[in-house]
Ligand binder design. Structure first.
Ligand code: SF4
Ligand code: SF4
Length: 319
């Protein structure tokens, strides 16, 4: 699990970097001034200029819209829905630049207050399952606020460069010559993101993100999709544990519950790593593991009145 989390960290870091550098490197951006997208340094238009000049027929213009507009969008949506149907919100947990901020601020907030979010009722234990001790220190609030401001500013300026020429934005920023619109956007966006990152970052992922919602809906439609499964018959073994899996979840979910209650699970695997570490001396291993196919029915069917599924036990035992 440690190796998996290490890979997830590097993947998220790479995608966050891509999110920031995609506009200035012309990898992907929408240029409002030009009225079209730039993709890999090329103009990505619907090809309607030729129609306006009378050089192509309406049928050819319709084909252009279909091939250059509808097909790429349908392919991207199809890919995201297809992956989510089988594996859940993998994009959220493994790539999304917003979720990277959620996890980063969570860990800093824990160092300042002992809680992952200000909405948590109780502090989480100071000692992690791997033995690491994190003693809350109020001085860390300075780091939290600096990080919240830094990420909010970076997100806002990046979004601005997705719409307006990055050279102009970064040039104006460095020379202190941002236009009134650019200044207003930067100030309003930074304040809005600061509020969101400070108070509602995981709540945004849970209740307000459309990309997350559609992934969750596709995932819920497949009862055999990859899901965090719990060996319920071993529940007495949890007595000696301080709910390490619950404490580890950045979305503040209860990983031992039914699938409906884990609707917004991002498949980050933090809970699995926690249980692995708690149960490292147990020959039977962790109590929670990723399961799929028939073994996933125990978690996804239970809410509809079905009992535990024997195949879950078989699947977990075979690992
Ligand atoms: S339930 Fe586990 S895998 Fe899902 S978001 Fe929480 S920690 Fe990540
Ligand atoms: S499932 Fe694992 S981590 Fe969660 S409470 Fe039980 S023993 Fe602890």
């Amino acid at each position: 699990m440690e190796v998996l989390q290490e890979r997830r960290f590097w993947l998220r870091l790479a995608f966050f970097t891509l999110f920031v550098v995609a506009p200035p490197l012309d990898i992907f951006r929408l240029d409002i001034n030009l009225g079209h997208f730039i993709l890999l340094g090329q103009n990505w238009t619907l090809g309607l200029e030729a129609f306006q000049r009378g050089e192509i027929s309406p049928a050819e213009a319709g084909a252009n819209i279909f091939l250059r507009g509808f097909v790429p969008i349908a392919l991207i949506i199809g890919l995201v829905i297809g992956v989510s149907y089988k594996y859940g919100r993998l994009y959220c947990g493994w790539l999304c630049p917003h979720f990277s901020v959620v996890e980063m601020i969570n860990s800093l907030m824990r160092r300042s207050s002992g809680k992952l979010t200000i909405w948590d009722r109780h502090r989480i234990p100071e000692q992690d399952p791997d033995g690491l001790v994190v003693k809350p220190n109020p001085l860390y609030w300075i780091v939290v606020l600096t990080a919240v401001f830094g990420f909010a500013f970076l997100w806002t300026i990046s979004l601005l460069t997705y719409m307006l020429p990055p050279k102009e934005i970064y040039g104006n920023l460095l020379s202190g010559e941002l236009s009134l619109f650019q200044q207003s956007f930067l100030i309003a966006g930074t304040i809005a993101f600061m509020v969101e990152f400070m108070f509602a970052r995981h709540l945004f992922c849970r209740f307000a993100c459309a990309v997350g919602l559609f992934q969750s809906l596709a995932w819920m439609a497949n009862k055999r999709a990859l899901v965090v499964g719990f060996q319920r018959e071993r529940v007495p073994e949890c007595v000696s544990c301080n709910a390490a899996c619950d404490n580890a979840c950045p979305m503040r979910l209860k990983p031992r519950s039914i699938k409906r209650h884990m609707f917004t699970c991002t498949q980050c695997g933090q809970c699995l790593q926690a249980c692995d570490q708690v149960q490292q001396d147990n020959r039977e291993g962790a109590l929670i593991k990723w399961v799929q196919h028939d073994a996933a029915l125990d978690v996804s069917d239970r809410e509809f009145g079905h009992g535990p599924h024997e195949s879950l036990k078989r699947d977990l035992e075979s690992r």
